[in-house]
Design a protein around this ligand. Structure first.
Ligand code: HEM
Length: 489
């Protein structure tokens, strides 16, 4: 009998393994896109994906095609890696929808109550629509951009460079963080006291988003609680009436009787506002500094445009009216630098849930499944961007088209192949503001401060932490030390 068991047990295990392999590992369904094979259940491809995400998606596409199933940390999703298919998914906004996932994040990440989401209609009938309207270009130009410009101008004018090197994060990230937080939440918002807790919360976010076992959720919960304390203090002190944007939101919350959610709503806004744009400012300056030409061409472009603009606009100055200046001046290199920063340093996922049975690209998708458009796949594809690993703003100065040997016209180096802000009806609503705030901030910085790498700082210091994927601007692996002086005006 024990002998029989000795033979039967391995056979049983092998049979179970083979069933799992055939059922799950090869493909969850016959009519579904092929799947990237993996060995360890639940963990799936997450280790490979986090080790070198660009290589992982490039290999997966080469081996399995432009839509691939990926199992990672208990979640199974279909990744779309080709820009043409991505655009089609974005257009199919009835079948492939972001809102259910956005609502899920509101609960899981920002701590909203299930009842608020499911029973009040607050988000779908009011909050999303209002935010969408308020972030449109004509709306932001009325008040948000001028208010932000005022605070950014104050930040840069008041900056006293220390005699010793500063970290790029302290200089770039924190200044932009404060200016945009004051623009949204009002000048009384205590940005300085919450900045470190915000960074900790943002860092813990990937962990908070995952369905990990209980002990692993503790750091995320702690980070969430720490930042929520700031939000509650802010609401208590100011009644959340500091800035127009927050005031609009809170008035709506009161109408829907969900006042108790105002601190969590403030956190939602703060995260959207600060999770990406300050890091984009960080990368635009740091990557330009380590580029072979340094910041000099950008400084020259802005100085030349400034001289011309100030002479035709007597009484105005770039230092005080940076928003007028960026709206009117011709600054192609600045624009190209921002575009290249977003191409080079973002990893954005557009997550869309399948709302009705849909056949797409020859595959069938079932209700509840999720498609993820990985914008970075095209951003790092050498077919669209020669030498994609190089940070080269001038590539966007020479965007255009070329004729292929087949006689076909092909777009090269255009923003058509970047998706830092996602796409379709749920494309980032803050994109107009984000790009404007970056332009204003960089103009203010470079016209008033002389920024260089500290002695000993190396290009390798500008390395990205590529393990954090899908959440927008990639975090730096380590900080870069800078020498800052005020420019003689
Ligand atoms: C460089 C800066 C930014 C980047 C890279 C970025 C990136 C993104 C991405 C990738 C999405 C998902 C889009 C999709 O699923 O297709 C998104 C959504 C969103 N972003 Fe941004 N974002 C930035 C700045 C901002 C700012 C400053 C705000 C303003 C508060 C903002 C507000 C939003 C909102 C409200 C959504 C949800 C849109 C919807 O569901 O319709 N973002 N962002």
């Amino acid at each position: 009998m024990p002998g029989l068991l000795l033979i039967a047990a391995p056979v049983l295990i092998a049979a179970l393994f083979a069933t799992w392999y055939l059922k799950v590992r090869v493909s969850p369904r016959r009519d579904a896109p092929p799947m990237v094979p993996y060995i360890i259940p639940w963990i799936g491809s997450s280790i490979n994906m986090a080790t070198d995400p660009d290589a992982f998606f490039a290999n997966a596409t080469a081996k399995h095609g432009n839509i691939v199933g990926v199992q990672a940390v208990g979640t199974y999703r279909y990744f779309v890696t080709h820009p043409t298919l991505a655009k089609q998914v974005h257009k199919m906004s009835k079948q492939f929808v972001f809102t259910p996932y956005r609502l899920h994040l509101s609960m899981k990440v920002f701590g909203m109550k299930k009842s608020t989401i499911e029973e009040t209609g607050f988000f779908e009938d009011s909050f999303f629509e209002t935010l969408h309207r308020l972030m449109a270009p004509n709306e932001i130009s009325k008040n948000l951009v001028p208010t932000y410009a005022k605070y950014a101008a104050q930040e840069v004018a008041a900056y006293v460079p220390p005699p010793t090197p500063v970290t790029a994060r302290d200089l770039l990230y924190k200044m932009l963080f404060r200016a945009s937080a004051y623009a949204f939440f009002g000048g009384n918002f205590d940005a300085d006291s919450c900045i470190d807790d915000f960074i900790a919360f943002d860092k813990a976010l990937p962990l908070i988003m995952l369905d990990v076992p209980w002990p692993l959720t503790i750091p995320g919960q702690q980070a969430h609680e720490a930042i929520m304390k700031h939000m509650r203090n802010y609401v208590e002190k100011t009644n959340a009436s500091g800035g127009d944007y927050v005031e609009y939101m809170t008035n709506h919350a009161r109408e829907y009787h969900v006042e108790h959610e105002i601190p969590a709503l403030c956190l939602t806004l703060l995260w959207a506002l600060e999770a990406n744009a300050p890091l984009a400012a960080y990368w635009a300056v740091v990557l330009s500094l380590v580029h072979k030409n340094g910041l000099a061409p950008l400084v020259t472009e802005i100085d030349t445009a400034r001289a011309a603009w100030e002479s035709t606009n007597p009484g105005l100055s770039v230092a005080k009216n940076p928003d007028y200046f960026v709206a009117q001046a011709n600054l192609p290199l600045l624009l190209a630098t921002i575009q290249e920063t977003l191409r080079y340093a973002t990893s954005s996922f557009s997550i869309r849930r399948v709302m009705e049975p849909t056949t797409f690209a020859g595959y069938n998708f079932h209700v509840g499944e999720e498609l993820v458009i990985n914008g970075r796949s095209s951003q790092t594809d050498d077919e669209y961007y020669p030498d994609p690993e190089a940070f080269e703003p001038s590539r966007f100065l020479h965007a255009g088209s070329t004729t292929l040997p087949t006689g076909k016209e092909k777009l090269i180096n255009t923003t058509a192949y970047t998706a830092p802000f996602g796409g379709g009806v749920s494309m980032c609503e803050g994109r107009h503001f984000a790009q404007t705030e970056l332009k204003i901030f960089i103009v203010l910085l470079l016209t008033q401060l002389d920024i260089s790498l500290a002695p000993g700082a190396k290009p390798e210091d500008a390395a990205m932490d590529s393990t954090r994927i899908g959440l927008g601007v990639i975090h730096p692996k380590r900080d870069v030390m800078l020498i800052v002086k005020r420019r003689s005006e």
